[in-house]
Design a protein around this ligand. Structure first.
Ligand SMILES: [Zn+2]
Length: 160
């Protein structure tokens, strides 16, 4: 009889059982806690668990997942939202004066739009915008050009 892998959600464990192919898709009791456990399909990567507070694939290969990409470690150093050190393989290129100016203008436009939205009580967090902004700020920081942004007062944030 072939060997199949099963995953127990109750105790977050993987175990193997010899089962006939016909029986293999049935859920099986976990040997540790007796909870019903589902078979792990060896070719699929859809099963996840949370370990150390971070999502990991099952079977657990010791890797972590960050925004759908497999990484070797959790983010355990200062990093921007949506960024992961493992995935940042490209050295940053120096932004041109035009790019910095365009970014400056964009910040002003965004702040203006936010103020208007806030006045209508419709201020919303915009993850795409924040991500793009974060990336550019990181590029400025990495290339030592962050001080070329116009200094501006911190916008008065509304409590989200
Ligand atoms: Zn169990």
């Amino acid at each position: 009889m072939p060997m199949y892998e099963y995953y127990c959600r109750a105790c977050n464990g993987v175990f193997e059982l010899l089962r006939s192919a016909r029986q293999s898709t049935d859920s099986q009791p976990c040997p540790d806690c007796d909870a019903e456990s589902e078979r792990l399909m060896p070719t699929t990567f859809t099963a996840f668990t949370v370990r150390d507070g971070l999502p990991r694939s099952i079977p657990d290969r010791g890797t972590f997942w960050h925004l759908g990409q497999e990484v070797k470690r959790p983010v355990n150093e200062p990093a921007l939202p949506f960024e992961h050190p493992d995935l940042d393989k490209h050295p940053e290129t120096m932004p041109s004066a035009e790019e910095i100016e365009a970014f400056d203008h964009q910040l002003d436009r965004d702040a203006h739009e936010d103020a208007e939205a806030d006045a209508r009580g419709m201020l919303a967090i915009q993850p795409q915008r924040e991500m793009a902004r974060g990336k550019f700020v990181q590029r400025l920081a990495a290339t030592g050009t962050i001080n070329r942004l116009r200094p501006r007062k911190r916008s008065k944030g509304t409590s989200a």
